[in-house]
Design a protein around this ligand. Structure first.
Ligand SMILES: *Cc1c(COP(=O)(O)O)cnc(C)c1O
Length: 375
């Protein structure tokens, strides 16, 4: 018997979970263009534009700004393995799932993570961060998540980075869900190392992780006493391929077509402008909020630090979480996110990210939820 395999045709979905988000058709179109050699001069020209566009999106002049050829988690890993050496100490702020991953990264580098814990759904407490800095004058860096996707909380990236600077520490920021969705100013806020992802507010396909390192961070990398334990993520080696100027040496084969897609997504963001994009996310969030509150759903996170691109609402008493999400998916082709960790079964997470942050999605989500919850 010979097995038969059919072409995979994905079902039509509206992605309103924590990511991936709906990909703009212009970006999918860019992805399908013919593959070039990864050292082709035409492709190198595109790489240079991707770097410039990323500097724009991050609002930075950092030379070391580029997409790591792997998802957001690899961007995270590249920041930690390049900056840390065994014996270092890092203050890690945690108020959700992703701060916990930072802790694991720090520990796997042979460094110590001093945890600043806050309740999931609440903001990182600046006073606790300052106390940790005072108690640990030997700390090398402060690491935190700007947009905590597991809860929908915005941490005060500007204030935490300022605190880090005041105590002579590097700041390390997870901007996977924040880039393109809310205000982010890498140079203005003096952020030293930052990583993001392509599948959240950039509305691009998953699998790339934009990163950026400040001059101070580059100096720390240059002064390392030990080699970076990851060959693939060692920025010194990666820069031989992504570096400025005509000389590019083979390091790994760039995901050529994915970079066409990222270029298109950043070009779209550039055309819209950062401020208008942030404003659109905010307006769509306000409209979704009215719609959800009209059908009796309540937001969990305080309005003062709620993310517009990730809306966390409580599941009403007596409502079956999995059943509702299952019906939304099977009958409406609509994906929303479940609660993570200690919030599993208690909340839904509704994403309004990038291209998906539009009136059509807002209306569709409210009407689908209305219809399913009526049963
Ligand atoms: C999605 C996400 C990540 C991980 O990104 P992947 O592309 O899934 O590896 C990291 N941090 C935050 C805040 C995220 O939302």
């Amino acid at each position: 018997m010979t097995a038969q395999f059919n072409t995979f045709i994905p079902p039509v979905r509206t992605l309103m979970g924590p990511g991936p988000s709906d990909v703009d058709p212009r970006i999918l179109n860019a992805l399908s263009r013919p593959t070039l050699g990864h050292l082709d001069p035409a492709f190198i020209g595109l790489m240079d534009e991707v770097k410039t566009l990323l500097q724009f999106a991050f609002q930075t002049d950092n030379q070391l700004t580029m997409p790591v050829s792997a998802p957001g988690s690899a961007g995270m890993e590249s920041v930690f393995v390049n900056l840390l050496e065994p014996g270092d100490k890092v203050i890690v702020c945690q108020n959700g799932v992703f701060g916990g991953r930072m802790q694991q990264n720090v520990q796997r580098c042979g460094a110590t993570a001093v945890m600043v814990q806050d309740t999931w759904g609440q903001q990182t407490d600046l006073q606790k961060v300052e106390e940790a800095l005072k108690a640990n004058p030997d700390a090398k860096a402060v690491a935190f998540v700007h947009a905590e996707t597991s809860t929908g909380v915005r941490n005060d990236a500007k204030a935490i980075s300022e605190l880090a600077k005041r105590y002579d520490c590097l700041s390390i920021v997870d901007a996977v869900t924040s880039l393109g969705g809310i205000e982010l100013d890498v140079d203005g806020w003096q952020i030293d190392a930052i990583y993001s992802g392509t599948q959240k507010c950039l509305s691009c396909v998953p699998g790339l992780s934009p990163v950026s390192f400040s001059h101070a961070a580059v100096e720390v990398i240059k002064a390392r006493k030990t080699p970076v334990q990851s060959w693939f993520l060692d920025m010194d080696l990666v820069m031989g391929y992504w570096g400025q100027g005509g000389k590019r040496a083979y390091h790994h084969t760039a995901p050529v077509n994915s970079l066409y897609a990222l270029h298109e997504s950043l070009r779209i963001l550039h055309n819209e402008g950062l401020q208008p994009a942030w404003q659109r996310h905010d307006e769509m969030h306000q409209t979704l909020k009215s719609g959800l509150e009209n059908i009796g759903l309540e937001f969990v996170v305080d309005e003062a630090y709620r993310l517009p691109q990730l809306n966390m609402v409580s599941i009403p008493d007596g409502v079956n979480d999995a059943e509702v999400r299952g019906q939304l998916l099977s009958e409406f082709g609509l994906e929303i996110g479940a609660g993570l960790g200690e919030l599993a079964g208690k909340v839904w997470r509704i994403g309004l990210m990038g291209y998906g942050s539009n009136m059509k999605n807002v209306d569709y989500c409210v009407s689908a939820l209305t219809s399913v919850l009526k049963r």
